[in-house]
Write a protein that binds this ligand. Structure first.
Ligand SMILES: *Cc1c(COP(=O)(O)O)cnc(C)c1O
Length: 489
């Protein structure tokens, strides 16, 4: 039995006091009782907010609340009985009352049914050693041995020569565009099927994003659409200045064809590999094909530094320039002198320590994420599910497990599935990225589709991402599968 006394209040309790209790207990609920201690109703933080909105002051009391019939039980029930009652009534708490109608205990949904997130950080334990060392040596700065170490170890891992650790992946894309000398009004081709961060830096530079469709083979940039765009703009005498190609959910784009086109048209490539660290294409790491590779260590990515990014290149001058620009572009003078516009984009020595610890277990995280994908695919073996492909010769990290619901064979839509599984099972599914050419932010941008029908629009309308946290245990995976089955069949 829980100590519920702290959440029991009577109608003399002021709004201010009620807020204080909610704040202190961290529970989102109060139990209102009468002078005899008999249960009247539950009071949520929302109920109190509505009281305030209706012209009540902080000093007014809960007496102003309308009576309401709250669901209670008068004995212990099984967890599944209680859960069913909560789900049917869309509530998160059910009090237990005794024969005299006095509250004696309470069920919280969050305790019966833990929330399963899409993608959570997963520490290995090695990280603290590096962070402690930074503390011990007082390297609490955006430079230091962990930054150098992380960069070297990262370069080794991806088999590329030079790396610079930055505050985030978006900053890495921005610096790549600066170094490629992208100017106001320049055309930059970009994957439409991606997160907004792929294209935002194009706008930072007042350049013009032009979006490229995906192809069914990889769900990533279509070489066919890319060629159309390169040809069309080159014919107009407005040659694109860069290509930003994303490798989504761990799957590489068709880099042979894309690199080939970039050579023919002489347009440099920035690979947005923020979601594909640990993934291979024809045996080589994604991010190492183009002029630049970009990675992210945001909290939801396959490894994380809480927030961070890496820019890599085979070209040492590029990375030296990125180091210079990311630390406020300070000239080599004995005082503070600046001839160029710089940024404060460097990664801190503390966060680089977390990155070093995470890098050690990256391959294991890739195996774990691939196992999750495999488990879903084997256990949700329905003809109306088309799993994100992995063409021969590719090795996807399966950062997120993504699947398309074929509308020819099922009426279930992503929106319905996402809503139902959250409501019934407290499981977080998400839509795949909404194509960037459909975003209000990029309204009016030019777009080149793979064929008559836009493929990334189709993927957006039909697909979802499933929980893919590498620390999920077997029971959690089975729980996701069984709840998916209930809704899908
Ligand atoms: C996460 C992500 C980014 C941005 O990385 P941050 O480190 O969050 O700035 C860029 N592109 C894609 C495709 C991403 O998923």
């Amino acid at each position: 039995m829980k100590n519920i006394a702290q959440i029991v209040v009577n109608e003399g309790c002021s709004v201010k006091n009620a807020f204080e209790i909610l704040n202190k207990t961290g529970k989102r609920i109060l139990l209102l009782v009468d002078n005899e201690g008999c249960f009247q109703r539950t009071v949520t933080d929302g109920d109190i907010r509505r009281l305030l909105i209706n012209f009540n002051s902080l000093e007014s009391t809960l007496k102003s609340l309308e009576p309401q019939k709250s669901i209670v039980v008068n004995k212990k029930h099984t967890d599944s009985e209680i859960l069913e009652l909560m789900i049917d009534n869309e509530i998160g708490e059910i009090p237990i009352v005794d024969k005299a109608n006095k509250p004696i205990d309470i069920y919280f949904r969050s305790e019966l049914q833990p929330y399963i997130s899409l993608s959570l950080p997963h520490m290995s334990g090695n990280e603290l050693e590096f962070v402690e060392e930074a503390f011990d040596t007082n390297w609490i700065a955006p430079v230091g041995p962990n930054v150098d170490g992380f960069e070297n170890e990262f370069s080794n891992y991806v088999d590329n020569h030079f790396s610079v650790a930055l505050s985030c992946g978006t900053a890495a894309i921005h610096l790549a565009l600066r170094i490629l000398n992208i100017k106001s009004g320049d055309i930059v081709l970009c994957s439409s099927f991606s997160f907004v961060a792929s294209a935002n830096p194009i706008l930072y530079e007042h350049a013009i994003p032009v979006f490229i469709d995906s192809e069914p083979k990889t769900w990533n940039m279509s070489p066919v659409a890319l060629e159309k765009a390169l040809e069309s703009y080159s014919l107009k005498g407005n040659k694109p200045k860069a290509i930003v190609v994303a490798h989504l959910y761990g799957q590489s784009a068709d880099m042979e064809k894309i690199i080939n086109l970039s050579k023919i048209y002489d347009v440099p490539i920035i690979e947005d590999a923020a979601e594909s660290l640990g993934s291979l294409h024809k045996g080589k790491h994604t991010g190492t094909f183009g002029d630049f590779g970009v990675f992210s260590f945001n909290g939801n990515k396959i490894i994380t530094t809480s927030g961070g990014g890496m820019l890599i290149s085979k070209n040492k001058d590029f990375i030296d320039k990125a180091k210079f620009l990311s630390t406020q572009a300070k000239d080599s003078a004995p005082y503070y002198e600046h001839s160029e516009l710089g940024f404060n984009y460097r990664m801190s020595n503390i966060l680089a320590g977390i990155g070093r610890g995470q890098l050690k277990i990256l391959d294991q995280r890739v195996r774990e994420r691939r196992d999750i994908f495999q488990f879903y695919r084997e256990n949700l073996n329905y003809d109306f599910l088309d799993w994100m492909p992995e063409p021969k010769g590719d090795f996807s990290s399966r950062w997120l497990s993504a699947v398309s619901l074929n509308p020819k064979n099922t009426e279930i839509t992503p929106t319905f599935l996402i809503k139902e599984i959250l409501k019934r099972a407290n499981i977080e599914l998400r839509h795949v990225w909404k194509p960037l050419h459909r975003q209000p932010l990029f309204k009016g941008a030019d777009y080149f589709s793979h064929s008559e029908e836009s493929f990334c629009d189709f993927i957006f309308q039909t697909s979802v991402c499933l929980p893919s946290t590498s620390s999920m245990d077997d029971e959690q995976k089975k729980y996701v599968v069984s709840n998916m089955k209930k809704i899908l069949t």
